[in-house]
Design a protein around this ligand. Structure first.
Ligand code: ADP
Ligand code: TRP
Length: 320
């Protein structure tokens, strides 16, 4: 089965991103044909600086390779390195009713948040459709906020197919219900925009400092602690199997340790979880040529598929 994931590069990754999006993605590459790209044309719609866009694109490449995207299993590239997607985007625009785009929640939300309304932001879903349809994608794993975009892709593809025959594969979305929302240091959903994240690749000292800020109850030292509904416990348990969780529950109940001990414990758990990823990240950071080669190789594989598809599409509509 062919699966496509698009990554919006927007800065430092946090533990919510890791458990909510990255870890499930890495697991998919074992039994599927996984295509993953960094959506820098999409990021351009909300970019405020060329330097940042370049930096975020590079960082996303390194982060995803570090966390386990295996270029031998997964086709991994940067969106703008496969320019065929732009041609397809224009052709698909002809099959995209204005009303469909006008109903897009994501566009309305972004404008409401103060992002200037421009054509790229408005036609964002058509480019996303081009990403997906260009590669005959079967399934697209997305967060809930992206479901409507996949539905729009299906509409556009169906409209095209009704006119020209069975040219596009109609994709389906996968939304994982099991992935719980990870809470931040203040107990709300962990998110960059709330400033409550624990980033994956923090320095050791900064990581401990961030763990120390986790909000807990004010039960005094020496009394048993309640693990249920405790942010700190919930964060620790992400890194623990069943036995580990039971053991931690006992430590909470014993009354011999305070939250300070568990904050140290959480820091150790996070630090240990990413030992290998940190080493790989340092390696790729020191070897930008290797990263560039991996991305170029991915782009050339994706491009071969895209070119063939585009030729079929252009022939169908009369451009060839
Ligand atoms: P942020 O809210 O920090 O800006 P993004 O919106 O860039 O994060 O999220 C990127 C991916 O990470 C999405 O697929 C989203 O589902 C996942 N994700 C982000 N925050 C969390 C969280 N707190 N819990 C679970 N998954 C998350
Ligand atoms: N819009 C997606 C997001 O914000 C990123 C994306 C761009 C994407 N093109 C895609 C996701 C194609 C899946 C398939 O997360």
């Amino acid at each position: 089965m062919r699966i496509l994931t698009g990554i919006q590069a927007s800065g430092k990754l946090h533990i919510g991103n890791y458990f909510g999006a990255m870890k499930p993605m890495i697991e998919l590459q074992e039994n599927n044909e996984l295509f993953t790209f960094i959506a820098n044309y999409h990021s351009l719609t909300s970019s405020t600086s060329s330097e940042l866009l370049r930096q975020y694109t590079h960082d996303a490449a390194i982060d995803y390779l570090a966390i386990g995207i295996d270029p031998n299993k997964t086709t991994f590239w940067v969106q703008s390195h496969v320019p065929e997607v732009m041609e397809l985007y224009w052709i698909l625009s002809k099959f995209t009713p204005m009303g469909l785009l006008e109903r897009a929640h994501s566009y309305k939300d972004k404008v409401a948040k103060g992002i200037p309304a421009n054509h790229a932001l408005f036609s964002y879903p058509v480019l996303m459709a081009a990403d997906i349809l260009m590669l005959d994608t079967d399934k697209v794993p997305v967060g809930k906020d992206q479901i409507q975009h996949i539905e729009m892709t299906r509409d556009i593809a169906t409209k095209f197919n009704n006119e020209y025959g069975d040219i596009f594969t109609i994709p389906e979305y996968i939304v994982s219900d099991e992935v719980a929302t990870i809470v931040g240091i203040d107990g709300d959903k962990m998110s960059k925009s709330y400033g409550n994240t624990i980033d994956m690749f923090m320095e050791e000292k900064a990581l401990q400092k961030q763990c120390n800020k986790i909000v807990t109850s004010s039960t005094p030292m020496g009394e048993p602690l309640d693990f249920e509904g405790c942010n700190l416990y919930n964060l620790c348990s992400l890194f623990l199997d069943n036995d580990g969780q039971k053991e931690l529950q006992e430590r909470y109940k014993s009354g011999t340790e305070g939250y300070g001990h568990f904050k140290k414990y959480l820091k150790e758990l996070i630090w240990d979880e990413f030992v290998e990823a940190r080493e790989k990240r340092a390696y790729y950071e020191a070897n930008p040529k290797i990263v560039a080669e991996i991305l170029a190789d991915g782009a050339s594989k994706a491009r071969a598929i895209a070119k063939a598809k585009l030729e079929i599409v252009k022939t169908a509509v009369g451009l060839i």
